[in-house]
Design a protein around this ligand. Structure first.
Ligand code: B4P
Length: 189
């Protein structure tokens, strides 16, 4: 299966992506995780990305697209992948279409996780206490949510027109959300 997981910050993308990739044996690729790993290692990509991430802005498409292009050219994704956090802009959708066409791959499912803004802010403020992520403070969280509504919802609409979106309610205990995801993907345990 080749799938995307899309949702607002805090909706459980990273949380559920780890569980889905475990259960289905898919290679999970999170652009946020790749950026954070580069920030930690202080690579040139990390130094560039950190400026945007700390402000809650999208890392520029030029940087993000080439990173994803390289990753999707690797052999381990040919049998299936779960892309988490990409695409987030209309331009990234176009780029992903090109990358998949060049690698003779198609997309099967776009999983959309939903949750309301107040719940999302609360979850991310909790994560700030637990993990100390530099982009989890209320001002930056609200900015990230605004970007999701302004730009990434349009991405979901594009995939909706292709009839490949499966919507799952992300509210509730994490295990319950996982079961909803598996049911929506028609995977039996
Ligand atoms: P991401 O790493 O994608 O960060 P995120 O949107 O906050 O989601 P994440 O996956 O981490 O959180 P989750 O919902 O699982 O991106 C970070 C930054 O990287 C972006 O702001 C941007 O700057 C940059 N970036 C990434 N991709 C990019 C792209 N394509 N283009 C440009 N820039 C890009 O979980 C959140 C919290 O909620 C966790 O603490 C979790 O424990 C909790 N939680 C999850 N499910 C829950 C549940 N059911 N109930 C209660 N709590 C729950």
């Amino acid at each position: 299966m080749r799938m995307l997981i899309i949702g607002p910050p805090g909706s459980g993308k990273g949380t559920q992506a780890a569980r889905i990739s475990d259960r289905l044996g898919l290679v999970a690729i999170s652009t946020g995780d790749i950026f954070r790993d580069n920030v930690r290692r202080e690579t040139p990509l990390g130094v560039e990305a950190k400026k945007y991430m700390d402000a809650g802005d999208f890392v520029p498409d030029s940087v993000t697209n080439s990173m994803v292009r390289d990753r999707l050219a690797a052999d381990d994704v040919r049998e299936g992948f779960l892309l988490d956090g990409y695409p987030r802009t209309a331009a990234q959708v176009t780029e992903l279409d090109d990358i998949l066409r060049e690698n003779a791959l198609t997309l099967d499912v776009v999983l959309q996780l939903t949750a309301d803004d107040d719940e999302l802010v609360q979850r991310l403020l909790n994560r700030a206490v637990q993990d100390g992520r530099s982009d989890d403070n209320e001002k930056v969280i609200r900015h990230r949510l605004g970007l999701y509504h302004d730009q990434t919802e349009a991405v979901v609409s594009q995939y909706d027109e292709r009839r490949i979106v499966t919507k799952v309610d992300g509210i509730g205990p994490i295990d319950e959300v996982t079961e909803r995801v598996m049911a929506a993907l028609k995977v039996t345990s």
